[in-house]
Design a protein around this ligand. Sequence first.
Ligand code: AMP
Length: 365
Amino acid sequence: MRIGIIGGGQLGRMLAWAGLPLGMEFSFIDPSPGAPAGQLGHLIVAPFEDRAAMFDLAQNVDVVTYEFENVPTPLLREVAAARPVMPAPEVLEASQDRVAEKSLFQALGIPATRHAALDREEELDFALDQTGLPAILKTRRFGYDGRGQVPIFERDEANAAFRSLADAPGGLILESRVRFEREISIVSCRDRTGSVVFYPPGENTHQDGILRSSRAPVRDQSLVHQAEDYARRILEHFDYVGVLAVEFFVVEGALIANEMAPRVHNSGHWSIEACATSQFENHLRALAGLPLGSTRMRGEALLVNAVGRLPSASATLALPDVHLHDYRKAPRSGRKVGHVTALAETRDELETLAPGLFELVPFER
Ligand code: AMP
């Protein structure tokens, strides 16, 4: 089975890492000649808008998937006419635009944050009336890792916030700032026959809008059921094939969806060591028409992202059952360059280890 992956970042790298034992071959398209996935397959160096390069990728594989979300969907639809693209381009279309994404959530009965779309500064007052304060102004498209987001606490900050983002292509969205108790996410996977598996949800922390840590499993069964129910609605709506992640805010024991990602997700990286089958392997199994594997956990897991710089390998690996992932990316502030996953038999053991791990793993913004 030949898998074509749009994007050659760490997600592509970890997908290939999971698929090589199954005899799969990988090709990637990425604008960077040093893309992290390049070591594990054939890398086509080209921008994602390059039609000829995209068809070159598609024509030499059996199935196309993506690990990067800002792919032009009209081009992806063209590719889908030539080769199966999974998940389908319409899923990506919904996830690329925060307004479309929230409309989808609402249409499926999934609670979402109060929000208003806006293109012009004169619309700010109306939008603020919809959301109240505090609020967060975001770009509708192309935001990641907290980029393209400005908090607004007082009405008189709104115009400056608008002007700082006004040039963003695709317009803006104003959202109420949710006073959440926790953030959780669920990684799910659906195969070609409609079978679905769920990973235990993880509880996530963010720093400056960047995922810093994920702890799993979340034990609150009511939250687990809500998360599974909402993810299943999205999977079934799209007749989805592959991995889907959904991020939620927890408010008074109920979930409010923040966003979804139609791909393997950072908050599921602990599944590599902590689960019988990782999110990466299950994504590939789904694409290849193979049975999905068990998501059973073999312990308590804590993932900590290395942002800006990697931790010392010798210090990290001196800890028992702690695993280091180096994405082979040049260090740069604000950039995810690797992660560490710690496993323990009990939550208490994990929490004893946690402070040392956070100290060890850099976060440089
Ligand atoms: P996002 O790019 O939308 O996932 O935002 C990154 C992080 O910023 C989230 O995981 C939250 O920690 C925070 N955030 C984003 N939107 C909101 C919101 N409407 N209310 C509160 N926190 C938010």
